[in-house]
Design a protein. Structure first.
Length: 448
Protein backbone atom coordinates (compact mmCIF):
# COMPACT_ATOMS: atom_id res chain seq x y z
CA UNK A 1 0.00 0.00 0.00
CA UNK A 2 1.32 3.47 -0.90
CA UNK A 3 2.58 5.69 1.88
CA UNK A 4 0.29 8.49 3.11
CA UNK A 5 2.55 11.13 1.61
CA UNK A 6 1.92 13.27 -1.45
CA UNK A 7 3.78 15.55 -3.84
CA UNK A 8 1.81 18.31 -5.60
CA UNK A 9 2.71 20.07 -8.85
CA UNK A 10 0.54 23.06 -9.73
CA UNK A 11 0.67 24.45 -13.28
CA UNK A 12 -1.06 27.42 -14.88
CA UNK A 13 -2.63 30.47 -13.32
CA UNK A 14 -3.26 31.65 -9.78
CA UNK A 15 -6.76 30.17 -9.90
CA UNK A 16 -5.17 26.73 -10.33
CA UNK A 17 -2.85 27.45 -7.42
CA UNK A 18 -5.88 28.07 -5.22
CA UNK A 19 -7.37 24.71 -6.19
CA UNK A 20 -4.03 22.97 -5.63
CA UNK A 21 -3.69 24.41 -2.15
CA UNK A 22 -7.27 23.46 -1.36
CA UNK A 23 -6.61 19.86 -2.45
CA UNK A 24 -3.45 19.81 -0.35
CA UNK A 25 -5.39 21.07 2.66
CA UNK A 26 -7.95 18.28 2.31
CA UNK A 27 -5.21 15.66 2.06
CA UNK A 28 -3.41 17.06 5.10
CA UNK A 29 -6.66 16.95 7.07
CA UNK A 30 -7.03 13.34 5.91
CA UNK A 31 -3.74 12.35 7.50
CA UNK A 32 -1.41 12.74 4.51
CA UNK A 33 1.95 14.48 4.64
CA UNK A 34 3.19 16.86 1.93
CA UNK A 35 6.73 16.13 0.70
CA UNK A 36 8.92 18.13 -1.66
CA UNK A 37 10.55 15.20 -3.42
CA UNK A 38 8.51 13.03 -5.82
CA UNK A 39 10.74 10.09 -4.86
CA UNK A 40 9.50 10.25 -1.26
CA UNK A 41 5.80 10.54 -2.13
CA UNK A 42 3.25 7.77 -2.21
CA UNK A 43 0.87 9.91 -4.26
CA UNK A 44 1.91 12.20 -7.13
CA UNK A 45 -0.62 14.89 -8.13
CA UNK A 46 -0.36 17.25 -11.09
CA UNK A 47 -2.94 20.03 -11.31
CA UNK A 48 -2.83 20.64 -15.05
CA UNK A 49 -3.53 23.68 -17.21
CA UNK A 50 -5.39 23.36 -20.50
CA UNK A 51 -5.84 27.02 -21.44
CA UNK A 52 -3.52 27.26 -24.45
CA UNK A 53 -1.27 24.93 -26.44
CA UNK A 54 2.02 25.59 -24.61
CA UNK A 55 0.30 25.08 -21.25
CA UNK A 56 -1.09 21.74 -22.45
CA UNK A 57 2.35 20.63 -23.56
CA UNK A 58 3.86 21.62 -20.23
CA UNK A 59 1.17 19.62 -18.41
CA UNK A 60 1.69 16.53 -20.55
CA UNK A 61 5.47 16.78 -20.26
CA UNK A 62 5.25 17.01 -16.47
CA UNK A 63 2.91 14.02 -16.29
CA UNK A 64 5.11 11.96 -18.61
CA UNK A 65 8.21 12.78 -16.59
CA UNK A 66 6.59 11.68 -13.34
CA UNK A 67 5.07 8.59 -14.97
CA UNK A 68 8.42 7.50 -16.40
CA UNK A 69 9.97 7.40 -12.91
CA UNK A 70 6.90 6.18 -11.02
CA UNK A 71 7.43 3.11 -8.87
CA UNK A 72 4.92 0.30 -8.50
CA UNK A 73 4.04 1.51 -5.00
CA UNK A 74 3.22 5.05 -6.15
CA UNK A 75 0.00 6.59 -7.50
CA UNK A 76 -0.16 9.28 -10.18
CA UNK A 77 -3.25 11.50 -10.29
CA UNK A 78 -3.88 14.09 -13.01
CA UNK A 79 -6.24 16.91 -12.05
CA UNK A 80 -7.32 20.28 -13.39
CA UNK A 81 -8.29 21.98 -16.63
CA UNK A 82 -6.56 19.67 -19.10
CA UNK A 83 -8.10 16.54 -17.60
CA UNK A 84 -11.53 18.14 -17.35
CA UNK A 85 -11.60 18.57 -21.09
CA UNK A 86 -9.30 15.83 -22.40
CA UNK A 87 -9.25 13.20 -19.65
CA UNK A 88 -9.31 10.12 -21.89
CA UNK A 89 -6.70 11.57 -24.25
CA UNK A 90 -4.42 12.48 -21.34
CA UNK A 91 -4.62 8.91 -20.02
CA UNK A 92 -3.87 7.58 -23.52
CA UNK A 93 -0.81 9.78 -23.94
CA UNK A 94 0.53 9.16 -20.43
CA UNK A 95 0.52 5.46 -19.52
CA UNK A 96 0.81 5.05 -15.79
CA UNK A 97 -1.84 7.54 -14.69
CA UNK A 98 -3.98 6.02 -11.95
CA UNK A 99 -6.62 8.72 -11.47
CA UNK A 100 -8.21 11.55 -13.46
CA UNK A 101 -10.00 14.41 -11.66
CA UNK A 102 -11.59 17.42 -13.35
CA UNK A 103 -11.74 21.03 -12.19
CA UNK A 104 -15.26 20.66 -10.83
CA UNK A 105 -14.44 17.80 -8.43
CA UNK A 106 -11.14 18.87 -6.86
CA UNK A 107 -12.90 18.65 -3.47
CA UNK A 108 -13.04 14.84 -3.85
CA UNK A 109 -9.26 14.39 -3.99
CA UNK A 110 -9.13 12.62 -0.61
CA UNK A 111 -11.90 10.15 -1.50
CA UNK A 112 -10.38 9.42 -4.91
CA UNK A 113 -6.94 8.90 -3.39
CA UNK A 114 -8.28 6.56 -0.73
CA UNK A 115 -10.23 4.58 -3.33
CA UNK A 116 -7.13 4.19 -5.48
CA UNK A 117 -5.14 3.01 -2.46
CA UNK A 118 -7.68 0.38 -1.45
CA UNK A 119 -9.06 -0.92 -4.75
CA UNK A 120 -7.26 -2.59 -7.70
CA UNK A 121 -7.37 -0.29 -10.73
CA UNK A 122 -5.99 -1.83 -13.91
CA UNK A 123 -7.49 1.15 -15.76
CA UNK A 124 -7.40 4.83 -14.68
CA UNK A 125 -10.18 5.92 -12.32
CA UNK A 126 -12.11 8.79 -13.91
CA UNK A 127 -13.82 11.41 -11.75
CA UNK A 128 -15.19 13.81 -14.35
CA UNK A 129 -18.85 14.81 -13.84
CA UNK A 130 -20.35 16.54 -16.85
CA UNK A 131 -22.50 19.08 -15.03
CA UNK A 132 -21.00 22.10 -13.24
CA UNK A 133 -20.88 21.75 -9.49
CA UNK A 134 -22.74 24.47 -7.61
CA UNK A 135 -21.68 23.47 -4.10
CA UNK A 136 -18.08 24.54 -4.42
CA UNK A 137 -17.68 25.03 -0.66
CA UNK A 138 -19.14 21.71 0.42
CA UNK A 139 -15.91 20.51 2.00
CA UNK A 140 -15.50 23.65 4.08
CA UNK A 141 -11.98 24.36 2.87
CA UNK A 142 -10.79 27.93 2.51
CA UNK A 143 -10.75 28.64 -1.23
CA UNK A 144 -7.44 30.44 -1.01
CA UNK A 145 -3.77 30.00 -1.73
CA UNK A 146 -1.48 31.54 0.87
CA UNK A 147 2.12 32.47 0.05
CA UNK A 148 3.79 34.33 2.86
CA UNK A 149 1.84 37.47 3.66
CA UNK A 150 -0.23 37.30 0.45
CA UNK A 151 -3.20 35.13 -0.42
CA UNK A 152 -5.23 34.54 -3.56
CA UNK A 153 -8.93 34.21 -2.71
CA UNK A 154 -11.23 32.83 -5.39
CA UNK A 155 -14.57 34.66 -5.41
CA UNK A 156 -16.14 32.74 -8.30
CA UNK A 157 -15.41 29.96 -10.75
CA UNK A 158 -16.37 29.50 -14.38
CA UNK A 159 -17.25 32.12 -16.99
CA UNK A 160 -20.23 33.12 -19.12
CA UNK A 161 -18.36 35.40 -21.55
CA UNK A 162 -18.35 34.41 -25.25
CA UNK A 163 -14.66 34.95 -26.14
CA UNK A 164 -13.99 33.02 -29.34
CA UNK A 165 -10.43 31.97 -28.44
CA UNK A 166 -11.08 30.77 -24.90
CA UNK A 167 -11.84 27.23 -23.72
CA UNK A 168 -12.53 28.14 -20.08
CA UNK A 169 -16.35 27.99 -20.38
CA UNK A 170 -15.97 24.55 -21.98
CA UNK A 171 -13.73 23.42 -19.13
CA UNK A 172 -15.30 25.06 -16.09
CA UNK A 173 -18.85 25.86 -17.19
CA UNK A 174 -20.73 29.05 -16.50
CA UNK A 175 -19.85 31.30 -13.59
CA UNK A 176 -20.76 30.31 -10.03
CA UNK A 177 -20.18 33.00 -7.39
CA UNK A 178 -19.24 32.13 -3.85
CA UNK A 179 -21.47 33.56 -1.09
CA UNK A 180 -20.41 36.99 0.08
CA UNK A 181 -20.57 35.98 3.74
CA UNK A 182 -18.27 33.00 3.09
CA UNK A 183 -15.72 35.27 1.41
CA UNK A 184 -15.83 37.72 4.31
CA UNK A 185 -15.38 34.93 6.87
CA UNK A 186 -12.43 33.53 4.95
CA UNK A 187 -10.89 36.99 4.61
CA UNK A 188 -11.08 37.38 8.38
CA UNK A 189 -9.53 33.95 8.88
CA UNK A 190 -6.75 34.68 6.39
CA UNK A 191 -5.93 37.89 8.21
CA UNK A 192 -5.72 35.88 11.41
CA UNK A 193 -3.13 33.67 9.69
CA UNK A 194 -0.93 36.70 9.02
CA UNK A 195 -2.07 37.56 5.49
CA UNK A 196 -1.64 41.25 4.69
CA UNK A 197 -2.45 41.24 0.95
CA UNK A 198 -5.70 39.72 -0.28
CA UNK A 199 -5.84 39.10 -4.04
CA UNK A 200 -9.36 38.58 -5.38
CA UNK A 201 -9.47 36.28 -8.41
CA UNK A 202 -12.00 34.67 -10.73
CA UNK A 203 -12.21 34.14 -14.46
CA UNK A 204 -14.05 37.50 -14.41
CA UNK A 205 -14.13 39.32 -11.08
CA UNK A 206 -16.41 42.05 -12.47
CA UNK A 207 -19.10 39.40 -13.00
CA UNK A 208 -19.08 38.45 -9.32
CA UNK A 209 -22.59 38.17 -7.88
CA UNK A 210 -24.45 38.19 -11.20
CA UNK A 211 -25.81 34.71 -10.50
CA UNK A 212 -26.69 35.77 -6.95
CA UNK A 213 -28.88 38.61 -8.17
CA UNK A 214 -26.40 41.33 -7.21
CA UNK A 215 -26.40 44.36 -9.50
CA UNK A 216 -22.98 45.66 -8.38
CA UNK A 217 -21.52 42.49 -6.95
CA UNK A 218 -17.81 43.35 -7.04
CA UNK A 219 -18.37 46.82 -5.59
CA UNK A 220 -20.58 45.31 -2.86
CA UNK A 221 -17.91 42.72 -2.10
CA UNK A 222 -15.12 45.29 -1.90
CA UNK A 223 -17.18 47.44 0.44
CA UNK A 224 -18.01 44.47 2.64
CA UNK A 225 -14.38 43.33 2.88
CA UNK A 226 -13.07 46.77 3.78
CA UNK A 227 -15.94 47.42 6.23
CA UNK A 228 -15.78 44.09 8.03
CA UNK A 229 -12.06 43.31 7.86
CA UNK A 230 -10.49 46.78 7.89
CA UNK A 231 -7.27 45.29 9.28
CA UNK A 232 -6.47 43.69 5.91
CA UNK A 233 -3.78 46.05 4.64
CA UNK A 234 -4.02 45.48 0.89
CA UNK A 235 -6.85 44.24 -1.34
CA UNK A 236 -5.95 43.66 -5.00
CA UNK A 237 -8.42 43.01 -7.84
CA UNK A 238 -7.39 40.77 -10.75
CA UNK A 239 -9.03 39.73 -14.04
CA UNK A 240 -11.66 42.42 -14.62
CA UNK A 241 -13.63 42.44 -17.88
CA UNK A 242 -13.81 45.40 -20.30
CA UNK A 243 -17.15 47.16 -20.22
CA UNK A 244 -18.01 46.10 -16.68
CA UNK A 245 -15.86 48.49 -14.64
CA UNK A 246 -18.67 50.67 -13.29
CA UNK A 247 -18.67 54.17 -11.87
CA UNK A 248 -19.54 52.73 -8.47
CA UNK A 249 -16.64 50.30 -8.62
CA UNK A 250 -14.32 53.22 -9.43
CA UNK A 251 -15.75 55.20 -6.51
CA UNK A 252 -15.24 52.29 -4.11
CA UNK A 253 -11.65 51.77 -5.28
CA UNK A 254 -10.95 55.48 -4.93
CA UNK A 255 -12.47 55.85 -1.45
CA UNK A 256 -11.26 52.69 0.31
CA UNK A 257 -7.60 52.97 1.27
CA UNK A 258 -7.17 49.19 1.62
CA UNK A 259 -8.05 48.65 -2.07
CA UNK A 260 -4.86 49.04 -4.04
CA UNK A 261 -4.88 51.50 -6.95
CA UNK A 262 -4.18 48.62 -9.31
CA UNK A 263 -6.42 47.06 -11.93
CA UNK A 264 -5.81 44.03 -14.12
CA UNK A 265 -8.07 44.36 -17.17
CA UNK A 266 -7.21 41.97 -20.04
CA UNK A 267 -8.14 43.80 -23.27
CA UNK A 268 -6.70 41.23 -25.76
CA UNK A 269 -6.51 43.70 -28.67
CA UNK A 270 -7.20 47.30 -29.70
CA UNK A 271 -8.60 47.10 -33.24
CA UNK A 272 -12.43 46.99 -33.24
CA UNK A 273 -12.63 44.52 -36.14
CA UNK A 274 -10.17 42.17 -34.45
CA UNK A 275 -12.05 42.41 -31.15
CA UNK A 276 -15.32 41.64 -32.93
CA UNK A 277 -13.77 38.50 -34.46
CA UNK A 278 -12.56 37.55 -31.00
CA UNK A 279 -16.10 38.11 -29.65
CA UNK A 280 -14.70 40.60 -27.19
CA UNK A 281 -16.05 44.06 -26.30
CA UNK A 282 -15.08 46.16 -29.30
CA UNK A 283 -15.88 49.63 -27.95
CA UNK A 284 -12.41 51.14 -27.74
CA UNK A 285 -13.95 54.52 -26.89
CA UNK A 286 -15.19 52.92 -23.65
CA UNK A 287 -11.64 51.87 -22.84
CA UNK A 288 -10.32 55.38 -23.37
CA UNK A 289 -13.14 57.00 -21.36
CA UNK A 290 -13.03 54.52 -18.50
CA UNK A 291 -9.27 54.46 -18.07
CA UNK A 292 -9.21 58.27 -18.18
CA UNK A 293 -11.98 58.38 -15.56
CA UNK A 294 -10.12 55.92 -13.35
CA UNK A 295 -6.85 57.82 -13.63
CA UNK A 296 -8.65 61.08 -12.79
CA UNK A 297 -10.30 59.60 -9.69
CA UNK A 298 -7.68 57.12 -8.44
CA UNK A 299 -4.29 58.77 -7.93
CA UNK A 300 -1.24 56.80 -9.10
CA UNK A 301 -3.38 54.05 -10.64
CA UNK A 302 -1.37 51.14 -12.03
CA UNK A 303 -3.00 49.32 -14.95
CA UNK A 304 -2.06 45.85 -16.19
CA UNK A 305 -3.47 44.31 -19.35
CA UNK A 306 -2.97 41.34 -21.68
CA UNK A 307 -2.94 41.12 -25.48
CA UNK A 308 -3.03 38.33 -28.06
CA UNK A 309 -0.97 38.65 -31.24
CA UNK A 310 -1.39 36.53 -34.34
CA UNK A 311 -5.11 35.85 -33.95
CA UNK A 312 -6.58 34.44 -37.19
CA UNK A 313 -6.94 37.18 -39.75
CA UNK A 314 -4.83 39.75 -37.91
CA UNK A 315 -3.44 42.13 -40.52
CA UNK A 316 -0.36 44.28 -40.20
CA UNK A 317 -2.65 47.32 -40.04
CA UNK A 318 -4.63 45.82 -37.17
CA UNK A 319 -1.44 44.96 -35.34
CA UNK A 320 -0.12 48.50 -35.87
CA UNK A 321 -3.34 49.80 -34.31
CA UNK A 322 -2.50 47.74 -31.25
CA UNK A 323 1.04 49.15 -31.20
CA UNK A 324 -0.28 52.70 -31.44
CA UNK A 325 -2.77 51.95 -28.68
CA UNK A 326 -0.16 50.87 -26.13
CA UNK A 327 1.91 53.96 -26.92
CA UNK A 328 -1.13 56.15 -26.32
CA UNK A 329 -2.49 54.50 -23.16
CA UNK A 330 0.90 53.70 -21.60
CA UNK A 331 0.05 50.72 -19.43
CA UNK A 332 2.19 50.04 -16.38
CA UNK A 333 2.29 46.30 -17.10
CA UNK A 334 1.54 44.28 -20.24
CA UNK A 335 1.48 40.56 -20.84
CA UNK A 336 1.32 39.22 -24.40
CA UNK A 337 0.54 35.81 -25.83
CA UNK A 338 0.92 34.38 -29.30
CA UNK A 339 -2.40 32.93 -30.47
CA UNK A 340 -2.75 29.23 -29.75
CA UNK A 341 -5.30 27.20 -31.70
CA UNK A 342 -7.88 25.64 -29.36
CA UNK A 343 -10.18 22.89 -30.71
CA UNK A 344 -13.78 23.24 -29.60
CA UNK A 345 -13.74 27.02 -29.24
CA UNK A 346 -15.83 29.20 -31.54
CA UNK A 347 -12.63 30.32 -33.29
CA UNK A 348 -11.86 26.75 -34.39
CA UNK A 349 -13.28 27.22 -37.94
CA UNK A 350 -10.80 30.07 -38.44
CA UNK A 351 -7.87 27.69 -38.06
CA UNK A 352 -4.43 29.10 -37.30
CA UNK A 353 -3.41 30.87 -40.52
CA UNK A 354 -0.92 33.44 -39.19
CA UNK A 355 2.59 31.96 -39.62
CA UNK A 356 4.51 31.23 -36.44
CA UNK A 357 7.36 33.51 -37.49
CA UNK A 358 4.92 36.41 -37.96
CA UNK A 359 3.45 35.82 -34.51
CA UNK A 360 6.92 35.76 -32.99
CA UNK A 361 8.02 38.93 -34.77
CA UNK A 362 4.89 40.82 -33.69
CA UNK A 363 5.22 39.56 -30.12
CA UNK A 364 8.82 40.75 -29.98
CA UNK A 365 7.90 44.20 -31.38
CA UNK A 366 5.08 44.62 -28.90
CA UNK A 367 7.15 43.56 -25.88
CA UNK A 368 10.08 45.75 -26.93
CA UNK A 369 7.78 48.77 -27.19
CA UNK A 370 6.19 48.01 -23.83
CA UNK A 371 9.61 47.54 -22.21
CA UNK A 372 10.49 51.13 -23.14
CA UNK A 373 7.18 52.39 -21.77
CA UNK A 374 7.61 50.42 -18.56
CA UNK A 375 11.13 51.78 -18.10
CA UNK A 376 9.94 55.37 -18.57
CA UNK A 377 7.10 54.90 -16.08
CA UNK A 378 9.44 53.24 -13.58
CA UNK A 379 11.90 56.13 -13.92
CA UNK A 380 9.14 58.52 -12.85
CA UNK A 381 9.20 56.85 -9.39
CA UNK A 382 12.85 57.70 -8.72
CA UNK A 383 12.98 59.99 -5.70
CA UNK A 384 9.56 58.85 -4.44
CA UNK A 385 8.77 56.60 -1.50
CA UNK A 386 6.67 53.46 -1.94
CA UNK A 387 5.29 51.05 0.63
CA UNK A 388 6.71 47.60 -0.05
CA UNK A 389 5.44 44.21 1.15
CA UNK A 390 8.60 42.29 2.09
CA UNK A 391 8.89 38.77 0.66
CA UNK A 392 12.54 37.89 1.17
CA UNK A 393 16.13 38.89 1.77
CA UNK A 394 19.17 38.03 -0.34
CA UNK A 395 22.75 39.33 -0.51
CA UNK A 396 22.08 42.42 1.55
CA UNK A 397 18.86 43.34 -0.25
CA UNK A 398 15.29 43.28 0.97
CA UNK A 399 13.04 41.92 -1.80
CA UNK A 400 9.38 42.87 -2.05
CA UNK A 401 6.54 44.30 -4.07
CA UNK A 402 4.77 47.65 -4.16
CA UNK A 403 1.08 48.19 -4.88
CA UNK A 404 2.04 48.24 -8.57
CA UNK A 405 3.21 44.63 -8.53
CA UNK A 406 1.02 41.55 -8.41
CA UNK A 407 2.85 38.38 -7.34
CA UNK A 408 4.74 36.42 -9.99
CA UNK A 409 3.61 38.46 -13.01
CA UNK A 410 4.85 41.99 -12.27
CA UNK A 411 8.06 43.53 -10.99
CA UNK A 412 9.94 43.67 -7.69
CA UNK A 413 11.40 46.35 -5.46
CA UNK A 414 14.97 45.68 -4.27
CA UNK A 415 16.01 47.73 -1.24
CA UNK A 416 19.32 48.04 0.59
CA UNK A 417 19.04 46.87 4.19
CA UNK A 418 17.02 44.19 5.89
CA UNK A 419 13.35 44.27 6.88
CA UNK A 420 11.16 41.61 8.40
CA UNK A 421 9.50 39.26 5.92
CA UNK A 422 5.76 39.92 5.87
CA UNK A 423 6.13 43.55 6.95
CA UNK A 424 5.12 46.55 4.86
CA UNK A 425 7.92 49.12 4.88
CA UNK A 426 8.61 52.44 3.12
CA UNK A 427 11.33 52.34 0.47
CA UNK A 428 12.93 55.39 -1.07
CA UNK A 429 13.32 54.66 -4.80
CA UNK A 430 16.72 55.53 -6.27
CA UNK A 431 16.91 53.42 -9.44
CA UNK A 432 14.68 52.03 -12.16
CA UNK A 433 14.93 49.12 -14.55
CA UNK A 434 12.44 48.01 -17.18
CA UNK A 435 10.45 45.93 -14.71
CA UNK A 436 11.99 46.40 -11.24
CA UNK A 437 12.82 49.29 -8.93
CA UNK A 438 15.74 49.71 -6.54
CA UNK A 439 16.09 51.83 -3.43
CA UNK A 440 16.77 51.85 0.29
CA UNK A 441 14.72 51.34 3.42
CA UNK A 442 13.45 54.56 4.93
CA UNK A 443 13.02 53.09 8.40
CA UNK A 444 15.91 51.85 10.52
CA UNK A 445 16.91 48.48 9.01
CA UNK A 446 17.25 45.31 11.04
CA UNK A 447 20.82 44.89 12.27
CA UNK A 448 22.63 42.31 10.14
Amino acid sequence: MVKKTFHMVSLGCAKNTVDSDSMAQLLLEGGYKLVESPKKAGVLIVNTCGFIGPAKEESLTTLKELASHKRADQLLIAAGCLTQRYGVEVARQVPGIDGIIGTRRWMDILQVTEKLRSTPHPEPLYHLPEAPTVGIDEQGAIRASVAGASAYLKVADGCRRPCAFCAIPLIKGTMVSRPLRTIIDETRELHGLGVRELILIAQDTTDYGHDLGMKEGLADLLEAITDEVPEMDWVRVMYSYPGYVTDRMIEVMASRKQILPYLDIPLQHAHPDMLARMRRPANIDWVHRTLAKMRANIPNLAIRTTFIVGYPGETELEFQTLMDFIQEIRFDRVGAFKFSFEPGTTSEPLGDPVPAEVKQERWERLMAAQQNISLQINQSYVGKTLDVLVEGFDRGLTIGRSYRDAPEIDGLVLAEGKAEIGSIVPVRISGAMAYDLTGSLVQQPIKL
